[in-house]
Design a protein around this ligand. Structure first.
Ligand SMILES: [Zn+2]
Length: 321
């Protein structure tokens, strides 16, 4: 029989802009609390602080905030939490601290990484920058092998899982059989209430598949995700399999488009064809471009695709063409 979900962990549901989002509160025996991820800029005032107040608790008991990875919907609430309690220790991936501390830098270095192929419009930029909130200095950068200790009853083992961003962390509360995996398990993407779906995002295919395997091997009873809620072992395995299948299928689609094209394709052209042929229900935004680019590089490493620099543009073709 499956074990009960540990009472010291509480899930705070914090949807934003039609997207599901879950933060996790861990309570130590001393009453100290840690929060896993902080949402977007107004998540604390909309959800976290009312949640604490509604249970007769105080933000002054919030001792630590740990950010699983440096995306706006996971660190954007740091500013409001800091204003509510300046004594909170903010922790984040050592490899991504600069993005957590500076939302503008996060935006520019991530969303402007495909000039000429995909670029954010002004409205998108303003929205994401607002979601990033005020930057707060990170007190401690974490990476695989570290331990984050709340008190004698709660210590989190830190693992590197570069599934969805280069410095992405998995946090394991080992004695409780629980792991916190942020956005490592992406399945077929995140469905928004508007009906459109956000494509799974990863910058390296091998890292994604390897990270899924690390999550599987953790053998956790409970897997706490950023956008899919809490999963028991069986549900987590189902999402892992779906994530792997989706990745393998996307790789096949990318290769087929390159093989069927009469000439080399830019990333923009390749994504346009993929979107039309396979992904009408997905938004054709940064995620689809970045993940498709990751597959081009993956196919190139495997000798199935080649990159061609032509007229100042980067083009992709099947290796046999
Ligand atoms: Zn993310």
């Amino acid at each position: 029989m499956a074990s009960r979900f540990p009472a010291r962990i509480e899930t705070i549901e914090c949807p934003f802009a039609g997207a599901p989002l879950y933060l996790y509160l861990i309570r130590g025996d001393t009453g100290r609390m840690a929060l896993i991820d902080s949402g977007i800029a107004d998540t604390p005032s909309r959800y976290v602080l009312p949640y604490l107040a509604g249970r007769g608790r105080s933000v002054s008991d919030l001792h630590t905030v740990i950010v699983t990875h440096a995306h706006h919907d996971h660190f954007g609430g740091n500013g409001e939490l800091f204003r509510a309690n300046p004594n909170i220790a903010f922790m984040a991936p050592a490899a991504e601290m600069e993005w957590v501390e500076d939302g503008r830098r996060h935006f520019n270095e991530m969303y402007r990484s495909f000039p000429g192929e995909w670029e954010p419009d002004d409205a998108y930029e303003q929205t994401v920058i607002a979601w990033c909130g005020e930057g707060v200095p990170v007190a401690r950068g974490l990476s695989g092998g570290d331990t984050a200790i709340l008190d004698d009853s709660v210590s989190l083992a830190v693992h590197d899982i570069p599934a969805h961003s280069k410095g992405h962390l998995m946090l394991a509360l080992e004695q409780e059989g629980v792991i916190f995996v942020g956005d490592a398990l992406q399945g077929e993407g995140t469905r928004l209430s508007s009906g459109t779906t956000v494509f799974p995002l990863y910058d390296d295919v091998a890292n994604y598949l390897h990270s899924l395997e690390l999550v599987r091997r953790s053998n956790a009873e409970w897997v706490c995700t950023g956008h899919h809620g809490v999963l028991d072992r069986q549900a987590a395995e189902a999402l892992l399999c779906q994530s792997e299948r989706h990745a393998l299928r996307h790789g096949e689609y990318v290769l087929r488009q390159l093989q069927d094209a009469s000439g080399a394709l830019s990333l923009r052209e390749l994504v346009g064809r993929l979107h039309e042929a396979h992904y009408p229900e997905y938004e054709s935004a940064y995620q689809l471009h970045a993940t498709t680019y990751a597959f081009c590089r993956h196919l190139q490493r495997q000798g199935q695709a080649k990159r061609i620099a032509e007229g100042g543009r980067l083009l992709w073709a099947a290796a046999a063409n």
